[in-house]
Design a protein around this ligand. Structure first.
Ligand SMILES: [Fe+2]
Ligand SMILES: [Fe+2]
Length: 142
């Protein structure tokens, strides 16, 4: 199966984003536990697991088209000094994800690559959900 190289670029960029998100949420979960906030630690850990699921689905697509998954250098996790800082960094991460997937879906559709477009659109919908989840955590945090 031959896939447009720029679509492969979007899939790889998306994978790098997901691996960064796993790292950030997992690191924040560890920090929240150190702060004694077990409830927040649990929520952040579940976010990390969801992002891991996204990474896995992107890898399935990459491997199906014959490309070995390779996330780029991961940026440092943004931890913050307070729950507020942490969640603000997470909101930025999720908004970046939404932008990335919107562009990726548009590209895959232009290339008439239905399988990639469907996968990317499904993940886009979940990232939009993540923005809402982070917003409700921020509200709960006051
Ligand atoms: Fe994700
Ligand atoms: Fe996300």
């Amino acid at each position: 199966m031959s896939v447009d190289p720029r679509t492969l670029g979007w899939l790889s960029r998306a994978l790098s984003h997901e691996m960064s998100a796993v790292q950030q949420y997992l690191a924040q979960s560890v920090l929240a536990r150190l702060w004694g906030d077990e409830a927040l630690a649990g929520k952040l850990r579940s976010e990390a697991v969801e992002e891991l699921g996204h990474a896995e689905r992107l890898m399935e697509r990459l491997i199906a088209v014959g490309v070995a998954p390779s996330a780029g250098n991961l940026p440092p996790s943004r931890l913050g000094r307070s729950v507020d800082d942490m969640l603000a960094a997470d909101r930025e991460l999720e908004v970046e994800a939404v932008r990335l997937y919107q562009e990726a879906v548009a590209h895959a559709r232009r290339m008439r690559d239905g399988d990639s477009a469907t996968l990317l659109a499904e993940i886009l919908a979940e990232e939009m959900q993540h923005v809402q989840e982070i917003d409700s955590l921020r509200k709960a945090n006051g």
